[in-house]
Design a binder for this molecule. Structure first.
Ligand SMILES: O=C(O)C(=O)C[C@]1(C(=O)O)C=C[C@@H](O)C=C1
Length: 385
């Protein structure tokens, strides 16, 4: 005879509570690990150990006949390890940069419910701080708020896995005295949001931010003669659709934001690329010191001479010093037609003497060189098994 659903659910709830208790115990061990590594000065990340652990867990489950897919086990434990790495990182960073307040003012683009707002919320949660929200209407305003001291931090999107670099933010970085102090990846899950229960075929106008429209272009193309209304952010779009309260309009936004405006999801998973992730940067007035035990990135701004091969010569410096480059972007220089400003992101800590030697050497090949920031890489790439 089949068991009663209520009873089964009670068992599930109990098991989930037990899992939570174990997860909390494991989370707490991250503090013991980092305190031990503070003494030994060992690097926080040990990919070899992670690989061994993951392999061992898959083998263990198989031997015990737990009936769990290896991929399922790996994914869950990669997430658990990510939490452990970030917990350790935050612990060290908070100790090194003690000026952090409990209440932090963060400026971001758009209203509540924008992706930038959700990313800002994530950043504050990561550092266990109380977020005081400063919503801005342009990227430029975010820089101004941090410059004036009104905001402690600014959160800005820098690139997206579908639409690429966000040029406006790169261009603003060219002229700022502010520093990059952090990064975070936020998964973007666009959906169609409406006021009522209408059908997709009834929608004749879509409201959203140009970036969102671009990221959902394939889905939009398949719709019949739909008119696009560009908004300054996806949260503006959601608010507008909510207040207009018309049956034939929809906003492209996110589910959490939609809830804030009383909208319902008509269709989800509409982005061109399934793995749609935006990398956000965090800017502040003062640079942070990054522990040498942490995986660190540095963003440089550089111009080279106009001679042939000058960029190649500059890049060879990184090869010589065994510094991995994770990004190379170029942007035009305002007022200097056909000259380019290069943005180079490298896996290096500015306080490392080797990095300093490399940057010193780089000066020979560049007309202009500036460090925009050195920050902990808070994107934990999972260890492969
Ligand atoms: O064993 C360690 O050194 C840890 O820091 C713990 C841990 C884990 O959570 O299992 C986390 C990060 C390391 O990359 C390896 C493993």
């Amino acid at each position: 005879m089949a068991l009663d659903l209520t009873e089964i659910r009670q068992q599930i709830t109990q098991i989930d509570r037990n899992l939570l208790k174990l997860l909390s115990e494991r989370h707490r061990l991250a503090f013991d690990v980092v305190r031990s590594k503070e003494v030994t000065q060992k690097a926080l990340r040990d990919v070899e150990r992670e690989q061994q652990l993951l392999q061992e867990l898959v083998r263990f489950a198989e031997n015990e006949n737990y009936q769990l897919e290896p991929q399922y086990i790996t994914q869950i434990f990669q997430k658990i390890i990510e939490d452990s790495v970030l917990t350790q990182q935050v612990y060290l960073q908070k100790k090194l940069n003690e000026q952090r307040e409990r209440d932090i003012h963060i400026a971001f683009l758009g209203k509540r419910g924008s992706y930038s707002h959700l990313a800002a919320r994530n950043y504050a949660t990561r550092y266990q701080e109380q977020l005081i929200e400063i919503s801005c209407s342009s990227f430029e305003q975010i820089f101004e708020k941090v410059q004036s001291g009104e905001a402690d931090y600014g959160v800005l999107p820098l690139e997206n896995t579908t639409s690429g670099a966000i040029n406006e933010v790169y261009d603003l970085l060219q002229h700022t005295e502010l520093s990059l102090v952090g990064e975070l990846a936020y998964p973007i899950k666009h959906c169609v949001l409406v006021n009522g229960q209408e059908d997709l075929s009834q929608i004749d106008t879509l409201y959203s931010h140009p970036q969102v429209i671009q990221q959902c272009s394939q889905f939009i193309r398949e719709l019949d003669r739909v008119h696009i209304e560009y908004c300054e952010s996806s949260s503006h779009a959601m608010q507008l659709v909510s207040s207009l309260n018309k049956p034939n309009i929809a906003a492209l936004g996110n589910e959490d934001g939609g809830k804030l405006y009383g909208l319902t999801v008509l269709k989800s998973g509409i982005a061109n690329q399934e793995n749609n992730i935006t990398r956000f940067i965090v800017i502040a007035k003062n640079p942070v010191v990054v522990s040498p035990q942490i995986h660190t990135k540095t963003l440089l701004l550089m111009t080279t001479s106009q001679q042939a091969g000058s960029l190649v010569d500059a890049l060879l410096v990184f090869k010589k010093h065994n510094i991995n480059m994770t990004k190379l972007e170029s942007r035009p220089i305002y007022g200097k037609p056909w000259e380019e400003m290069f943005y180079l992101e490298v896996e290096a800590n500015i306080n490392n003497p080797d990095t300093q030697a490399a940057f010193e050497e780089l000066k020979q090949y560049s007309n202009f060189l500036k460090v925009l920031g050195c920050y902990p890489s808070e994107i934990v790439k999972p260890a492969k098994v």
